[in-house]
Ligand binder design. Structure first.
Ligand SMILES: O=C(O)CCC(=O)C(=O)O
Ligand SMILES: [Fe+2]
Length: 386
């Protein structure tokens, strides 16, 4: 990347100074090129479509999560930096994408923060009660449609830079030797946005930063209040687990039209146990599909109240689909409409993505519109408690 020829949104020429999100410096495996070439993109734990291989599924996402988890180094001057950058960016000599104003920050930090805070009590209640939460149509209470459209454009800009890679799962086919086999997820491509993408996707990085800065403490404090007001924990179906906001995982994924999907899975199969390599607790998915309409498919199907014994079958020993009790389990289908945010417990909630735009023609324009963009942030538990 020609970092030197770019002017960053903060006006500094250097790439690192533009990073709102920084990775811990001394970990060489966190360098993007190495990451991109060596790792699959989670959820690598998704059962593969090849049923006979799905047992002994390697908890690859756990391992790769642990290794590639990003550390959040929020600049204390986040707000003033972004304010500055949006007012000064018109003076920038950007060699990159500036025709469509892609480097102008559109997100209002204050608005997003206050929206999240206002919704956080309902998020906490719904998560505690049902294991998931989502906003509802018209999906404008988190980010306005203009911002969603911009985020999609930034996702496309990253794609045009070649940042995405084929998404795949890996299964252990020989438990003794640990031999693995790789299964591509046809039509699914993903990347892990990080601070170095700020030049291309400033609003995306800002959204990630604000969400991580705001949500975990807000949700934790609702739990604290519940405890001290005497209503206690465990009143809902799932006990609350405090969230950490110093580390996270992120994935920006595009699911192509023509029937691409994610098989049913649980994101964090290992659970939040002591010694677990994967501490991901909360999955937060923001959809970037402003023109989605019913009939386009690609819904996120969330299974509700699936007992642990059945969840185990999803990722291993038995084909989940053959399990009668599980089949009768209730589910909700959530459209991937632009501006929709879905939260659910990463270690508890089975889900899948239904076929995206299965009947799309191959016309390039149509495919582009029907590409399904989703930005996922995984927030870890602050400590293993279960
Ligand atoms: O894009 C979605 O709606 C869900 C994707 C998903 O399940 C995952 O990335 O683990
Ligand atoms: Fe998932």
């Amino acid at each position: 990347m020609a970092a030197a020829s770019r002017t960053t949104a903060s006006g500094a020429g250097s790439r690192s100074s533009s990073c709102l999100l920084r990775r811990t410096p001394p970990e060489p495996q966190l360098h993007r090129r190495q990451f991109s070439s060596s790792s699959g993109y989670f959820p690598a734990v998704a059962p593969t479509q090849h049923g006979h291989h799905h047992h002994h599924q390697q908890h690859r996402s756990g391992a790769s999560c642990n290794q590639h988890q990003q550390r959040l180094a929020l600049t204390l001057t986040l707000q003033s930096t972004t304010r500055q950058s949006s007012s000064s960016s018109s003076n920038n000599n950007n060699s990159n994408n500036n025709d469509d104003g892609i480097n102008d920050i559109l997100i209002s930090t204050e608005e997003l923060q206050s929206n999240l805070l206002q919704l956080s009590k309902s998020m906490f209640d719904s998560l505690s009660q049902n294991g998931y939460w989502t906003n509802t149509s018209p999906f404008t209470n988190i980010l306005p449609p203009t911002v969603i459209a911009t985020l999609r454009n930034q996702a496309i800009a990253l794609r045009n830079q070649g940042r995405y890679e084929q998404s795949y799962s890996e299964s252990v086919i020989n438990a003794i030797t640990g031999e693995t086999v790789r299964f591509d997820k046809p039509g699914v491509f993903a990347c892990e946005p990080d601070g170095a993408d700020y030049d291309t996707a400033p609003d995306m990085l800002l959204y990630m930063t604000i969400l991580l800065q705001t949500l975990p403490p807000a949700l934790n404090s609702h739990h604290q209040n519940t405890m001290s007001s005497g209503s206690g924990s465990g009143s809902g179906s799932t006990q609350w687990t405090n969230l950490d906001n110093t580390a996270f995982n992120a994935k920006l994924a595009v699911t192509s039209s023509g029937g691409s999907k994610y098989p049913r899975h649980v994101d964090n199969v290992s659970g939040i146990h002591v010694g677990s390599k994967d501490l991901r607790k909360l999955t937060a998915i923001l959809y970037l599909n402003p023109s989605w309409t019913s009939g386009d498919g690609g819904e996120l199907r969330i299974y509700l109240g699936v007992p642990e014994s059945d969840r185990k079958k999803i990722v291993g020993e038995k084909d989940y689909k053959e399990n009668k009790e599980s089949e009768t389990s209730a589910f909700v289908d959530l459209s991937p409409m632009g501006g929709r945010l879905v939260l659910f417990y990463s270690d508890v909630v089975p889900h899948e993505v239904l076929e995206n735009a299965p009947h799309a023609t191959t016309a390039a324009d149509e495919e582009k519109l029907l590409d399904r963009y989703a930005l996922t942030i995984w927030i870890p538990a602050s400590s293993p408690v279960e």
